[in-house]
Design a protein around this ligand. Structure first.
Ligand SMILES: *[C@@H]1O[C@H](CO)[C@@H](O)[C@H](O)[C@H]1NC(C)=O
Ligand SMILES: *[C@@H]1O[C@H](CO)[C@@H](O)[C@H](O)[C@H]1NC(C)=O
Ligand SMILES: *[C@@H]1O[C@H](CO)[C@@H](O)[C@H](O)[C@H]1NC(C)=O
Ligand SMILES: *[C@@H]1O[C@H](CO)[C@@H](O)[C@H](O)[C@H]1NC(C)=O
Length: 387
């Protein structure tokens, strides 16, 4: 079978390569700089020795090209990959990928010409072993499983790159771009680049975790906690702005109370409505913070991606998306497969396209793909890129 499909695959592969390269000159987004948590970690945590938030072992990656674990908390690709594809495709609208509107062909194109921003720690490590300096002109990802807006959020995972650390690494990247391109060109480059940030779920989950001893500002009310998340995030965005960032793609928090780890704490297997409620409160606050920031800084543009609504729709109308299992994780052990995370001794399901969740916290590749596609359609990212 492989030999009979090979010529066709090869043909499409090369023709899409040619077309994508042909139009890449017109690409308006030169790079994507990614910040965030395990929803978009593409391998930074593989380099953190004592972190408990790791996915560089089976059965993660069973559906990733090659079937290997990469550090993504997913059976395949994650939201960072799909965000990359969507942003690049929007700027290459004549690319054959869209004409075929075939994900597999797009993935092939992605592998050759439009890659996901690579993990910062892998770039630094490779550059060191090759005795070269890393170039960050094509983008880089600082996202790290377990990370939150607050430093204390990752304590239960022992080690992650907190958002503060991610911003610290970005300032190193900024210096390196200035050295490489000169100040003017570096600023021009960064002003066209997209800064994608997916963060906050771990802070909310940490706040509502019973008996959690993490070093979080938990003494206040949930409203104060959420307000503090937003003001801390605001400071971070201003810091990135001071280092050349102008175009932001920022996601809200999804229905975190519905992930298997939360459902299993409810006898009826229902969602933790309190966590969901405060996730929506955070999202409302985030939206108005972004509006305020734009009127203060004037020279920024942003897209807010409403992941909560699509998540909610998955649960309300699962048949529309072909989901039949909303509660249990695909990979894990115990109640809702959420007593044990997705580790090598865990079992995993064969019908992964029927499942909303891959493991106790993270969506399946299919859910991540639909989520990104849908929030893209409902957003102004196209205008953001064109601006
Ligand atoms: C995190 O810790 C660093 C170093 O102690 C500190 O500079 C930073 O302000 C802290 N960030 C937050 C969000 O508390
Ligand atoms: C369990 O789910 C039910 C139904 O949504 C809800 O009323 C109840 O508050 C939940 N319990 C907890 C502990 O979240
Ligand atoms: C923001 O986007 C609008 C169009 O949506 C554009 O007119 C404006 O110039 C952009 N501002 C910046 C600072 O890029
Ligand atoms: C997004 O919009 C395009 C064009 O309007 C449509 O073809 C596609 O099905 C939409 N995708 C989703 C996930 O809504």
């Amino acid at each position: 079978m492989a030999s009979s499909v090979a010529p066709a695959v090869t043909f499409f592969f090369f023709s899409s390569l040619a077309l994508c390269l042909g139009f890449s000159a017109a690409q308006q987004v030169p790079a994507m700089y990614v910040f965030g948590d395990s929803l978009v970690d593409v391998g930074n945590n593989n380099y953190l020795k004592v972190s408990l938030a790791k996915a560089d072992f089976p059965h993660n990656g069973v559906d990733y090209p090659g079937g290997k674990p990469t550090g993504r908390f997913s059976n395949g690709k994650n939201a960072a990959d799909f965000l990359g594809i969507s942003i690049k495709l929007d700027t290459n609208s004549l690319c054959l990928c869209i004409v075929l509107s075939d994900l597999m062909t797009c993935l092939a194109a992605e592998k050759v010409g439009i890659p996901t921003s690579p993990p910062y720690l892998s770039m630094v490590s490779k550059a060191k072993s090759n005795k070269r300096t890393a170039s960050f002109v094509a983008g880089v990802s600082f996202a790290s499983g377990g990370a939150g807006i607050f430093n204390g959020t990752d304590e239960r995972y022992r080690q992650s790159l907190t958002l503060t650390q991610q911003a610290g690494y970005y300032s190193t990247v900024y210096e390196s771009l200035v050295q490489q391109l000169g100040t003017g060109a570096a600023h021009e480059h960064l002003a066209k680049s997209v800064f994608a940030i997916v963060i906050g779920s771990n802070d909310i989950l940490g706040y509502f975790k019973a008996g959690s001893k993490s070093n979080l500002p938990k003494e206040g009310t949930p409203q104060q906690f959420v307000d503090s998340m937003i003001s801390t995030f605001r400071q971070l965005l201003k810091k990135l702005h001071g280092l050349g960032a102008r175009k932001y793609v920022i996601t809200g928090i999804g229905a975190v109370g519905c992930c298997p780890s939360q459902r299993k704490q409810n006898k009826t297997g229902d969602c933790n409505e309190e966590a969901n409620f405060w996730a929506t409160k955070y999202n409302e606050g985030l939206k108005s913070m972004l509006q305020g920031l734009k009127s203060e800084l004037k020279d920024i543009n942003y897209s807010y991606l409403d992941t909560y609504s699509i998540f909610h729709d998955f649960i309300q109308n699962p048949a529309t998306y072909g989901f039949t299992e909303l509660k249990a994780a695909c990979c894990g052990l115990g109640n809702l497969n959420a007593d044990v995370p997705c580790i090598p001794i865990s079992t995993y399901c064969s019908n992964r396209n029927d499942h909303l969740f891959w493991d106790l916290y993270h969506p399946t590749e299919k859910a991540a793909r639909i989520m990104v596609d849908t929030v893209f359609n409902g957003s102004n990212v196209k205008d953001l890129i064109a601006a």
